[in-house]
Design a protein around this ligand. Structure first.
Ligand code: FAD
Length: 391
């Protein structure tokens, strides 16, 4: 009898309440039964499985940590554990969810007026409405804090927006896209809830990605797009406010990276116990065990790190540099783990059907989004040295 395969080596799940543990297992069952069987197919086609939206909505797990909105208010730990559960099956699905629950609901929760929260949060939570978050532009990626080319001009009770956004996840089918734009008058960054019916909004699907192919990324063009002042996020007055959202979602991406690494590790461990060479399971070879233990070491360090990150978040002590450090470490180690997983599987490591190749590709996108390694490193560097090295 072989030991069970479980990448939660230090038993983070033992720190969950019975109720949280039950939720974890519900999400696990959903991912294994509904998403896993179709993930490779949808990934290859580059399509999103829209039929799953009502089923994931039934889990009722969007915006679980938002005080004054969610009932019960859940801890950041269980939210992170659920990100692992999603990403260990499919990082695209976890990313779709992260955009909806983190970037979009998080922006409205943190920066919206009471009226905006009432209009959008219940609809987004139940997934009757899907959202997208448009910050990155074709010519402005890492440097978003330094100014955007998307411009917003106020005329009385309306604003006119002009410009482009690139890479916007969920944008091709979103009911609302949060567009970040520079106010032409005070030069500050403001956020706007742009509805899909708006005639000034155009979205083109970005084709031919080699990672996270299930996520529908859009190139968004706004041409004389008129938005009511009532649809401007009322508490978003400068990039500092946008950064409040990114701090939290970056922590979420660190968890998501852990899930991607864990999915690859668990698949690789299973494979090495079954694959026979020289008359023995390859898992019995010392060099293969070395790879597996190295993967598990990094995975365990990552999980321990994000568990503490969530405590900081729950205690309202999370800083930009805390989130950036975890995002850098976890996305870097994930790249390493998925490549070792692929290595111990020989040729089958590059075949989608063996469940590791998709993680190898997807780790590349996780590595770059929500701030590259360089940018998150410089955020930590600035915090510990007192010197900003950005420009
Ligand atoms: P660039 O900024 O052009 O950077 C290129 C390279 O230069 C990187 O290695 C970078 O680290 C380095 N670099 C830049 N500045 C410095 C510096 N000062 N010092 C050292 N090195 C530097 N954005 C959204 O707004 N919404 C989304 O939903 C969204 N989803 C995404 C999904 C995917 C799959 C991907 C890949 C991206 C997504 N993004 C999204 C955009 C993402 O956040 C950007 O790709 C990321 O911020 C990097 O910007 P860039 O790609 O323009 O790279």
């Amino acid at each position: 009898e072989l030991p069970p395969i479980d990448g939660d080596f230090y038993n983070i799940s033992h720190t969950l309440t019975p109720d949280e543990r039950a939720l974890q297992l519900r999400v696990r069952a959903f991912m294994e039964e509904e998403v896993k069987p179709i993930a490779n197919d949808y990934w290859l086609k580059g399509e999103f499985p829209h039929h799953l939206i009502p089923k994931v909505a039934e889990l009722d797990i969007c915006g679980m940590t938002y005080a004054g909105f969610s009932d019960p208010v859940r801890s950041c730990l269980i939210e992170g554990v659920l990100a692992i559960e999603m990403a260990r099956i499919d990082a695209s699905f976890a990313t779709f969810f992260g955009v909806q629950s983190g970037l979009v609901m998080g922006s409205v929760h943190l920066l919206g007026s009471e009226e905006q929260k009432r209009e959008w949060l219940p609809a987004l939570k139940s997934m009757r409405k899907i959202g997208a978050f448009g910050l990155t532009e074709p010519e402005v990626g890492s440097a978003v804090a330094g100014g955007l080319t998307m411009k917003a001009k106020r005329n009385g009770n309306t604003w006119t927006l002009n410009g482009k956004k690139k890479w916007i996840g969920n944008a091709t089918f979103a009911d609302v896209i949060i567009i970040w734009a520079e106010d032409e008058d005070d030069r500050q960054i403001k956020g706007f809830l742009v509805r899909k019916e708006n005639p000034g909004l155009q979205v083109a699907k970005m084709e031919d990605k080699m990672a996270l192919r299930i996520v529908q990324n859009g190139l968004v063009t706004l041409t004389a797009c008129v938005v009511e002042e009532a649809d401007r996020l009322q508490k978003a007055n400068s990039f500092k406010d946008t950064a409040d959202v990114l701090r939290i979602t970056r922590a979420g991406v660190a968890w998501l990276a852990v899930g991607c690494a864990r999915g690859a590790y668990e698949a690789a461990l299973k494979y090495t116990r079954e694959r026979m060479q020289f008359g023995k399971p390859i898992a019995s070879f010392q060099l293969i065990q070395n790879h597996l233990v190295e993967m598990l070491t990094n995975l365990t360090a990552m999980q321990t790190m994000v568990a503490r990150l969530s405590e900081l978040q729950d205690q309202k002590e999370l800083t930009d540099e805390h989130a950036s450090l975890a995002k850098v470490f976890c996305s870097l180690r994930t790249r390493d783990i998925v490549s070792k997983a692929r290595e111990v599987m020989g040729g089958n490591g590059i075949l989608l059907e063996y469940d590791v190749a998709r993680f190898v590709a997807d780790a590349e996108a996780i590595y770059s989004y929500e701030g590259t390694k360089e940018i998150n490193t410089l955020i930590v560097g600035r915090a510990i040295t007192g010197y900003s090295a950005f420009v």
